[in-house]
Design a protein around this ligand. Structure first.
Ligand code: BTN
Length: 249
């Protein structure tokens, strides 16, 4: 089934929704809408992105018909900002488990993996007016039926449909995802949200490399930082970036 403005409006009512067949980045449009006063919970959805952005300045590919690209506007308290990406990863993770994809986990910080391959990523971008937080755009990209075979991502990326062995409807996924995101958004700043995120991390206990540092991913803290224990017993905290796990994921 195709994504369309009518289907989305009907299934997501009364949520404020903007749908576009093709955009540069849903995060950009959501940021404009946020600044024009969009309510918390409003979403921008696109079928295709021509300049989708990932973390760390990377490109996020969203070809037409095969992915979910959604940006949710939230207006959290500034002290809850580190948990916004956690809530996105949690909602995606739990939606996938709900579909029956048991081998789903969160790779620190907030990549969602199935069988050690990335199915989804989260990019949160904050808007400030001076030193006041105006809001956050929580961008979520999910591979639904993107085909990575023959590409240089074949070993690292996966889509929902081949993992599940059946077709899924992107509107159904979105309805489920946003309902879960709403629930977790109510929990921003709580220990419940942090411990839920922590319990779904597949990175803890693994040997990881971060820049020139190799050690065991030992623990995470509510600000989202990861502590890595190196061979000489030192504990290093890292706040952003990517770790490479020993298994190559
Ligand atoms: C990552 O894993 O690096 C984060 C990827 C985030 C991609 C989503 S797709 C919807 C939203 N719009 C963007 O341009 N990026 C995010």
């Amino acid at each position: 089934m195709t994504l369309s403005e009518d289907r989305l409006r009907e299934r997501l009512a009364p949520r404020a929704v903007r749908f576009y067949p093709q955009v540069e980045s849903t995060n950009d449009l959501a940021m404009e809408w946020l600044q024009q006063g969009a309510v918390s919970g409003a979403v921008v959805v696109a079928d295709e992105q021509s300049k989708g952005r990932g973390r760390l300045g990377r490109t996020w590919h969203t070809p037409p018909g095969v992915s979910l690209a959604v940006s949710m506007i939230l207006r959290p308290r500034p002290e809850h900002l580190p948990q916004v990406t956690m809530l996105g990863a949690l909602a995606i993770h739990d939606m996938l488990v709900g579909l029956g994809l048991a081998k789903t986990g969160i790779k620190w910080p907030n990549d969602v993996h199935i069988n050690r391959r990335k199915v989804s990523g989260v990019l949160a971008e904050a808007a400030w007016t001076g030193d006041k937080l105006a809001g956050v755009v929580l961008g979520m990209g999910i591979n639904v039926r993107a085909d990575f075979s023959g590409s240089n991502l074949a070993q690292q990326a996966i889509s929902i449909e081949p993992a599940l062995g059946r077709a899924v409807d992107r509107v159904d996924l979105l309805v489920d995802l946003l309902a879960r995101a709403d629930v977790w958004a109510e929990q921003l700043g709580t220990k419940t949200l942090f411990t839920a995120w922590q319990s779904r991390l597949v990175t803890l206990g693994q040997t990881v490399t971060y820049g020139g540092l190799t050690g065991t991913a030992e623990l995470v803290t509510p600000d989202g930082a990861l502590s890595i224990r190196t061979g000489d017993g030192q504990l290093y905290r890292v706040f952003a970036g990517d770790v490479v796990v020993e298994d190559g994921s």
